[in-house]
Every structure is written in C-alpha cells, then in structure tokens.
Design a protein around this ligand. Structure first.
Ligand SMILES: NC(=O)c1ccc[n+]([C@@H]2O[C@H](COP(=O)([O-])OP(=O)(O)OC[C@H]3O[C@@H](n4cnc5c(N)ncnc54)[C@H](OP(=O)(O)O)[C@@H]3O)[C@@H](O)[C@H]2O)c1
Length: 334
C-alpha cells in the first residue's frame, strides 16, 4: 500500500482510504448489516488501508459506532481515523452548524462512539457561513493542543474560506469531491492545496459506484439511496456516463490489463499528493485495491482518458445536489 504524509501534520496515512458513509446506511438504502460492515473495516486494515473516513452524520452516529467496534480489540493503533464535525440533525433533517459549542459537543460524542481518546484527523464537514470561520478554527486549534485530535481538516471549502480559517488554525487536509467525472477541484482547491502544503482527501473516488464498472441501466437503487436523485443517474445523462465507463473500461483493459475501477483510482492518485476515498460496505468490494497500486498513468494515457470523457459525456453535471442546507436564522436563535 502506498502511503503519504497529511500536509504539515507530521502524520502519514494510506493513499487509498475506506469511506464509511454507506456503512451508516442513511442515504444508501437503509441500515447495513453490522457484521458485514465490521468485516469490511477489518479487511481494509488487513489490506494496509490505514485511513478510515467517517462522520457523525453517517447514519446519525451509526457509522462511527461501527468503526469504533471494528477497531476495538487491537486494531485502533494500526488505523488512522478521520471523522468530521459541523452537521447537526433533527428528525432526520441535516443542517450545518460549526459553532464552538457544537464542536465541543460533537468531539466528545465522536470519541465515545469511536471508542478512542484521540481522533487522528478532525475535519469540518461543510462550511457554515453563519459562524465566523476563525471561531471554528480556533476551537479546533484548542482540541489539537488538548490532544483530542492530531490534525485539522476541512471539507467542501473554497480557497477563500480556507484562507480565512487559516488565520486561526493550520489546515492539514482538505476533502473535496474529486473523481474522473467530478473535476471542479482542479481549478481551485487542488492548486491551493499544493501551494500551501495541504493534503487532499478526494471523496467519491468511484463517483458513487459508477466508476466501479458494475452498474448498468437496469441497476435498481432501493429506499433512500441517493443515486435515485443523483442527476448523473437520470436519463439522458445516465447513458452518457455509462458509455464513458464502458469506453474507459475497454481502454484500461487493452492498455493495462485492468478494469476501469483500477484506472479510476490510479487516476486520482496520479493527479498530485492525493488520497482516494473509496466507499465500500462488503470486504469483496476491496479486492481490487491492489490493482490500483504500484503503477502510474503517463501524460499520454491522461490525454486519452480526457478524450474519452469529451466524446461520451456531452452534458456533465457536478455533485452539488449533495450539499446540506444552512440553518435558518430562526434555528440559529433557538
Ligand atoms: N466530505 C463530504 O462531504 C463527503 C461526501 C461524500 C463522500 N464522502 C466520503 O467519501 C467516501 C467515498 O465516497 P462515496 O462512498 O460517496 O462513494 P464512492 O466511493 O464513489 O462509491 C462507493 C460505492 O461504490 C460501490 N463500490 C465500491 N467498490 C465496488 C466494487 N469493487 N465493485 C462494485 N461496486 C463497488 C459501492 O456501492 P454499492 O455498495 O451500492 O454497490 C460503494 O458503496 C464516503 O464513504 C465518505 O467517507 C465525503
């Protein structure tokens, strides 16, 4: 497993990380089987995946609890736990809240659920414009000093928001959406991160499974699965993305003897000092991790990939549909 340092934190982690949103169930079709989820997390660590990314909001505590259970009994020290802060939920409705008080409450809840006394990387999940960025940053800097967290990250932040945050605390990592189909970060977040020595955790590495290469036009998504509303999964765009996956798969097999999934993950790793967040809820979904290790895409291959995308995806759309709402002013007063 390739490893990488996390910005200026002095910490290192694996370049492929396990994403545990689906393990929480919420927005992924309902509760996952806890035993299968625990097997998945343990299997990730056995394969050398040290970075486990979770969040309180994933299943409203469930994902963190399962991560804590999976790592208890000897695996905690081998793992690098990245969790998040700054989303609150009430009656199944999620809103941003990165206030100092919320940070203090959440960190204790996360430590308890994760069965640990420190969090390796604590990330602000979404920018909350109702709270000064420097207030949130200052509270995270205090947690760092207290040893409750070992590194500070932000997620879904713009460069301007990061600059404000950095007035009060260092940023060791940023977590934008980034995969072959969602490349907005290339124009702002990636260059900013490179300039300021900030690690980049790329979320949605498989574009919610599309780039795994197993989804077809006939695939059904159940219950609250977010792919039922994801604009990439609606016609006429869906056929364009599926055609892109088929063409990328054929190229990957012909040139490297590997499936599209390996190409998609390798592509992220070859875009800079990046980590690919790979969501999985079954151990077998991680069988292909080794296929993405130990080789590199050259410039010619990257150009060929870009040409495939241009030819197939005529009407691209980003991941904006996932953004949670702000609190209303009335909720703030409450
Ligand atoms: N900071 C943020 O705002 C934010 C937002 C989104 C995600 N994230 C993080 O990034 C992680 C990854 O993103 P993601 O989970 O949204 O999506 P993803 O990694 O793009 O896709 C994950 C899904 O792909 C499918 N998959 C994975 N491996 C497969 C394989 N070998 N064969 C076939 N299908 C496979 C699985 O779907 P099925 O199980 O349905 O088959 C899996 O749940 C999340 O878990 C979370 O930790 C963060």
């Amino acid at each position: 497993m390739e490893t990488i340092r996390i910005g200026t934190s002095g910490l290192r982690a694996s370049r492929v990380a396990l994403g545990t949103w689906a393990i929480g169930g919420w927005m992924w079709g309902g509760n996952s089987d806890p035993d299968e989820s625990i097997r998945t997390i343990r299997s990730a660590v056995e394969r050398g995946i040290t970075l486990i990314d979770t969040a309180p909001v994933y299943g409203f505590g469930r994902s963190e609890e399962i991560v804590g259970q999976a790592l208890s009994g000897g695996l905690r020290e081998r793992a690098f736990i990245a969790t998040k802060v700054g989303l609150e939920w009430r009656d199944g409705k999620v809103r941003r809240n990165a206030s100092r008080a919320r940070v203090r409450t959440e960190v204790e809840d996360s430590l308890r659920r994760l069965r640990t006394d420190y969090i390796d990387l604590y990330q602000v999940h979404w920018p909350d414009p109702l709270v000064p960025f420097q207030d949130t940053a200052d509270e995270l800097a205090r947690l760092l000093k207290e040893g409750k967290i070992r590194a500070i990250g932000v997620s879904n932040y713009s460069p301007a928001q990061m600059t404000e945050f950095r007035q009060a605390a260092p940023i060791h990592s940023v977590q934008p959406p980034y995969n072959l189909f969602e490349r907005e970060a290339e124009s702002d977040v990636l260059p900013y991160a490179a300039q300021h020595d900030i690690g980049v955790l790329c979320y949605g590495a498989l574009c919610r499974g599309l780039l795994a290469g197993t989804i077809t036009a006939a695939t059904q998504f159940k219950g609250d699965d977010l792919r039922r509303d994801d604009p990439k999964f609606q016609e006429p765009r869906y056929s364009q993305y599926l055609a892109a996956v088929a063409a990328l798969d054929s190229y990957a097999r012909g040139r490297y003897g590997l499936p599209v999934l390996a190409l998609a993950v390798r592509w992220i790793l070859d875009q800079g000092d990046t980590i690919a967040l790979w969501g999985a809820r079954h151990p077998r979904q991680l069988d292909a991790v080794q296929d993405a290790m130990g080789w590199e895409l050259d410039d010619e291959a990257k150009k060929h990939i870009d040409a495939i995308l241009l030819q197939t995806v005529k009407d691209p759309v980003g991941p904006e549909f996932m953004a949670p709402p702000l609190r209303s002013e009335s909720a703030l007063a409450a």
